[in-house]
Every structure is written in structure tokens, then in C-alpha cells.
Design a protein around this ligand. Structure first.
Ligand SMILES: Nc1ncnc2c1ncn2[C@@H]1O[C@H](COP(=O)(O)OP(=O)(O)OP(=O)(O)O)[C@@H](O)[C@H]1O
Length: 276
């Protein structure tokens, strides 16, 4: 079982330390996982559908308490039951949800202004300047007055990105930022994530199925297995060169291998009453 690289752990903004978690007692989603997210770095979490990537982001955001182990933000253990701590934590954290989750009845401008109005007492003129600056950073200042229905999926993702960085978070978590995007929009989104990370000095965690985009922009990558474990971790180069069969299957997108195509089932003979 890999553990966080102790050499970088002290520089880590987030440490997931031997965490086990299940939504209920019947099934473990994460099984004794340890990951470290270096300050100023973009770290990718790759893995097939349902392996617990989004769950991991929720634990970092303090949405659910861990069953065992500890998640630390800047050295402080996150307690999902401590509302005061969570309020402060969430102020330091930006989240880009799967498919953006924008308010469709608000304009592009209003969507980005939303967290500023919710979390600050800034004057309207200052909010206006910040919103336009954030939209400028994602290339959409000119789209400020448009409705969400009037913009493309790729633009919507960028608006969600502008909203995620509105409060200058120290940590930005991206859940499937490339899902449903065409190759050009994917490339634009990937470049933006890297550029925003570097220009704002924040730390980014990127959950994705997209191996190439992830490898292009990440400093470090974790690969999770369907059993809720970390299979491999390292720089994209190291992961790409890995001889581990499950890593190779995932990187090459092979339909069958250590990760089985078939969900566990009774034998064909049993199900079709053959040879009974
Ligand atoms: N709120 C919940 N209550 C119970 N089970 C859940 C809940 N959310 C997710 N799960 C289950 O936990 C497992 C992991 O889900 P999760 O969304 O973390 O996976 P994922 O790796 O992010 O998948 P994907 O790549 O498809 O988004 C899945 O089997 C899912 O059905």
C-alpha cells in the first residue's frame, strides 16, 4: 500500500492519512488510502468510474466524516462535525463540480458574483471589478451579460472555473473538469487549470478519467483502483512507464485486464441453467 512521499509531506497542503470510508456500514468505498497534495502543485487523481474519487474530494471538503484515519488541511485535522471549522475551511477552498453546476436562471456575471455576495461584504463596485477580472482570466469578460443557456458547454465550464476562483481559494478541487468537452475545449480547460494554479499560487486537485489531459498538466498523479485503494502514484512520466498491469490497462484504455469487464456474477451456467 503506497503511503504519501514523506519527502513532500511537510510541503503538502492536504494530507489524507490512512483513510477508510464507507457511506454506510455495508461497503467500504475507500480502504486505508494515503495521499499528499503538495502546495502549489496540480495533483491528479485518476481511476475508473465508481472507485471513490469524488468521495475523496467530499472528505477533503468535510462533507462526510471519515470512518478511520485523518484528513489534514494545512496540518489541521478536518472534523466534519465541527461547523465553525468547516465554515472557515470552505472559505479557503474552491470547488469545480462535475458539469459545472451553474445557476441557469442567472447570467454569467451573476454566477461568478454569487460566492462574493454570499461570503463577503464587499461593495458592489468592487464585486464588479473582481468578477470582470476573474472572467477575463478565463477569456470570457465579454460574455458577462449572457445567460447560461446562451453559452456553449466549454464556455460554461470556464464560467464555473471563474466562479471557483472568485474568492482566491488556496485549494481548488476539480471534479471531472473535462467531462463532455470536445478536444479543443478540453485543451483550453486543461491549460487554464495549470495557468490559474501557477498565477494565483494556489494548490489544485484534479479528479479525472482523461489520462492525457491529466498527464499534460499534473505534477503528480495518483491512480485509484476499484477496490478503493491507491494502485500507483508518482510523476506522470513515472506512471506512464509503470509496468504494473492495472496501471498499464488504465493508461492504455484496454477493455479487459486486471480490472475485469464483467461485474462479479454467478456463472453463466447457473444463470442460464445450462448443464443442470
Ligand atoms: N451519497 C452516497 N451514498 C451512498 N453511496 C454513494 C454516495 N455517493 C457515492 N456513492 C457510491 O460510492 C462509490 C464511489 O462513488 P464516487 O462518486 O466517489 O466514485 P467516482 O470514482 O468519483 O466515480 P465517477 O468517476 O463515475 O464519478 C460508488 O459505488 C457510488 O455508488
Amino acid at each position: 500500500m503506497p503511503s504519501p512521499d514523506r519527502g513532500t509531506a511537510s510541503a503538502a497542503l492536504i494530507e489524507v492519512d490512512h483513510v477508510t470510508f464507507g457511506y454506510d456500514g455495508s461497503r467500504r468505498i475507500l480502504d486505508d488510502v494515503s495521499l499528499a497534495f503538495g502546495r502549489g502543485q496540480v495533483t491528479g487523481i485518476l481511476g475508473g468510474s465508481g472507485c471513490g474519487k469524488t468521495t475523496l474530494l467530499r472528505l477533503i471538503g468535510g462533507v462526510h466524516p471519515v470512518t478511520s484515519g485523518e484528513v489534514r488541511f494545512d496540518g489541521e485535522a478536518i472534523d466534519a462535525r465541527d461547523r465553525e471549522q468547516l465554515f472557515k475551511l470552505r472559505r479557503r477552498l474552491g470547488m469545480l463540480f462535475q458539469f459545472g453546476a451553474l445557476f441557469t436562471d442567472l447570467t454569467v456575471f451573476e454566477n461568478v458574483a454569487f460566492p462574493l455576495r454570499e461570503h463577503t461584504d464587499l461593495a458592489e463596485t468592487l464585486i464588479r471589478d473582481i468578477v470582470l477580472m476573474k472572467l477575463n482570466a478565463v477569456g470570457l469578460r465579454g460574455a458577462a451579460p449572457l445567460g447560461i443557456a446562451e453559452i456553449s458547454g466549454g464556455m460554461a465550464r470556464r464560467v464555473a472555473l471563474a466562479r471557483a476562483i472568485a474568492l482566491d481559494p488556496e485549494l481548488i478541487m476539480y471534479d471531472e473538469p473535462f467531462a463532455g468537452l470536445d478536444p479543443i475545449s478540453k485543451g483550453v480547460a486543461a491549460n487554464l487549470i495549470r495557468t490559474l494554479n501557477d498565477t494565483t499560487g494556489s494548490t489544485s486537485i484534479l479528479v479525472s478519467h482523461d489520462v492525457e489531459e491529466c498527464f499534460q498538466i499534473c505534477d503528480y498523479v495518483y491512480l485509484m483502483s476499484s477496490q478503493g485503494r491507491v494502485v500507483a502514484h508518482g510523476t506522470p512520466e513515472r506512471i506512464r512507464d509503470s509496468e504494473h498491469p492495472e496501471v498499464r490497462q488504465f493508461i492504455r484504455g484496454e477493455p479487459d485486464g486486471p480490472v475485469r469487464f464483467h461485474y462479479p456474477a454467478r456463472s453463466l451456467a447457473d444463470d442460464f441453467r445450462v448443464g443442470a
